[in-house]
Design a protein around this ligand. Structure first.
Ligand code: NDP
Length: 325
């Protein structure tokens, strides 16, 4: 497969991130042991991916431990890749949850240890915390940045108003503002990226690292005739995902997936590539975080780069016609 990785600026920052990146949610430690995860990370890196996404909650820290070991083992130069972690759910105790100065600080230190690195490139607030003033969070992130433990900080699934408040606080007190947000973005979930955040790209140069571009695999079409037994729906601890796949809402989504299929067939591309191509076409997306439990999946997904000439404005119109019906 012939493709060239594209690199985009993370918002208005100077950081160049590959348009496809690789995340470890569900997969690392649950579906992939260290050896299998190594194979996928090496494939990703060799094909131009320079950003690896992680979080303290993924496999309760084991995902970061595995990624840290792989980074040590491969010996990739630290200045050739971007690494993230996310803080919010660090444990059961009251001090281990949320975005207090304490948990942000403890969460960062623990992630550095698990990942075996001296700094984290992108550090995300994994969710908004209604019980911590945004000013406390902005100040805590600013300190980590001043200490050199974090390079850029951002949010995940914050409302536009909350992100705006963070920018305003940073401006008022001369603190480091957020650089990026990590929202869900796929054909079934477009509101934040395509509507809510529009003023933020313009006013603040917000970058975005989007998640679940295939809606956990639904947009590949492989759930059209039932739940495959080797899918993430059957991973221990993710029973809620199986329930979600069986819900009325998902059945309706599968109806749409079936209607999208002829568009992909006409273009002679896979449904997966149609779904990823749609996200890639949006210039407000800095990077699409891919998930994969097999190398073939990663291969197919990265192949989207080679079919982008088929994702024309008229293709987008055809997709919207199906989704907006
Ligand atoms: P996707 O929606 O792309 O789902 C990925 C899964 O779909 C794979 O693990 C695999 O599952 C299946 N799949 C992928 N490609 C193919 C293919 N070509 N053919 C068939 N099946 C395929 O992304 P994720 O939900 O994994 O999210 C990506 C990343 O985003 C995460 O790893 C994480 O880093 C981040 N994330 C962040 C969140 C946040 O709150 N900030 C929340 C969720 C994710 P299977 O094993 O079933 O085949």
């Amino acid at each position: 497969m012939n493709f060239e990785m594209e690199y985009r600026r993370l918002g208005k920052s100077g950081l160049k991130v590959s348009v496809f990146s690789f995340g470890s949610w569900v997969t690392f430690s649950n579906q992939l042991n260290e050896k299998a995860a190594t194979e996928l990370m090496e494939y990703a890196y060799d094909n131009g991916i320079n950003f690896f996404d992680n979080a303290e909650i993924y496999a309760n820290g084991n995902s970061e431990i595995i990624m840290g070991k792989i980074l040590k083992k491969t010996g990739w130069s630290r200045d050739t890749y971007i690494l993230s972690s996310k803080v919010f759910w660090g444990g059961e105790k009251p001090t281990q949850i949320g975005l207090s100065r304490k948990h942000i600080t403890d969460g960062c230190h623990a992630a550095l240890k698990r990942l075996q690195v001296e700094y984290i490139d992108l550090f995300f607030c994994h969710r908004p915390d209604p019980e911590t003033p945004i000013e406390e969070t902005v100040r805590a992130m600013d300190v980590l940045i001043q200490q050199g433990k974090v390079l850029y900080w951002g949010t995940s699934e914050w409302e536009a108003e909350q992100i705006t408040e963070a920018y305003e606080i940073a401006e008022k007190f001369n603190l480091t503002p957020p650089t990026m947000e990590q929202p869900e973005y796929n054909l079934f979930n477009r509101g934040k990226i395509e509507k809510d955040y529009l003023p933020l790209y313009k006013k603040y140069g917000l970058g975005t690292t989007i998640w679940s571009p295939l809606a956990s695999g639904l947009l590949t079409g492989k759930y059209n005739h039932g739940i495959p037994s080797n899918s993430r729906a059957y991973v221990k601890g993710y029973e809620w995902l199986k329930e979600q796949f069986e819900s009325e809402e998902t059945i309706q989504k599968i109806g749409k997936v079936k209607e999208l299929q002829p568009i992909a067939e006409r273009l002679e591309i896979s449904l997966t590539q149609l779904a990823l191509g749609y996200c890639l076409k949006n210039p407000n997306v800095s990077t699409i975080i891919l998930g994969a439990s097999k190398k073939e999946q990663l291969k197919e997904n990265l192949g989207t780069l080679s079919i982008m000439d088929k994702i024309t404005d008229s293709t987008i119109k055809d997709i919207n016609k199906v989704l907006d019906k």
